[in-house]
Design a protein around this ligand. Structure first.
Ligand SMILES: Nc1ncnc2c1ncn2[C@@H]1O[C@H](COP(=O)(O)OP(=O)(O)O)[C@@H](O)[C@H]1O
Ligand SMILES: [Mg+2]
Length: 211
């Protein structure tokens, strides 16, 4: 998995905080709130899409490994690739061997960019930070949680998935309480967005703000 460890030598004054949480628990919602507070946030999901955009070396390698069936025109057909890798751990590893080093490099570049801009804190948001162990590289980690039935409702409202597929995706992830056990901060997203915002503000005030 992508690691940004080692960067501490290059950007000595910069603190990197991790933000994680399972699918549809509210990472992106928390990210927008952190950005509104002036913090730079790097979304690993977004970076993961960028490294396989049309014309990238990353996409060329994915096509070389999995065949032209994973393309729709010049773009990656995520559903086709997902059908291959979600059911086969070996294929998934092969995909990760292509994408993860590229994601790590792109994140490291963005961290350096924000350090050069004078930021002292940057947030890296990623779904699999605990699974990969990459959270250990960071100054601390916040996890966004919400009750599973709410998670399912939010996931179904956001993505065109069947209830069965949505359930399967939720069940395939590490239980939220295990993630929370590793976190310095838990952002409980069981209420409305204002409820989340108040917690993001407290997280900012206690951990991210240097007067
Ligand atoms: N507190 C909340 N109340 C209502 N809807 C929410 C809340 N938090 C998130 N959502 C919605 O639920 C969906 C999942 O949230 P999102 O931030 O995209 O999750 P993640 O990035 O963790 O997958 C989105 O459509 C989002 O707008
Ligand atoms: Mg998101």
């Amino acid at each position: 998995m992508f690691r940004t460890g080692g960067l501490d030598v290059m950007v000595r004054t910069m603190q990197i905080w991790g933000l994680t949480g399972n699918i549809a628990c509210g990472k992106s919602a928390a990210e927008s709130m952190l950005r509104e507070l002036g913090l730079p946030v790097i979304d690993a999901d977004q970076v993961a899409r960028q490294v396989v955009e049309p014309g990238t070396e990353g996409l060329a390698e994915v096509v070389a490994a999995f065949g032209p069936g994973v393309l729709a025109g010049d773009r990656l057909d995520r559903a086709a690739l997902g059908a291959i890798v979600f059911s086969d751990p070996e294929q998934r590893k092969q995909l990760e061997a292509i994408t993860h080093p590229r994601i790590a490099t792109a994140i490291a570049h963005q961290v350096m960019h924000f350090a050069n801009e004078g930021h002292e804190v940057v947030i890296v948001s990623a779904a699999l930070m605990v699974e990969s162990g990459s959270y250990r590289d960071y100054a601390g980690m916040a996890v966004v949680t919400c009750p599973p039935e709410q998670q399912l409702k939010r996931l179904l409202a956001r993505d065109p998935l069947s209830a069965e597929d949505a359930q399967r995706r939720i069940a395939s992830q590490m239980p939220q309480d295990q993630k929370a056990a590793h976190a310095q901060v838990v952002l409980d997203n069981s209420g409305d967005l204002e409820h989340l915002r108040a917690q993001v503000q407290a997280f900012h005030d206690q951990h991210l703000h240097r007067p």
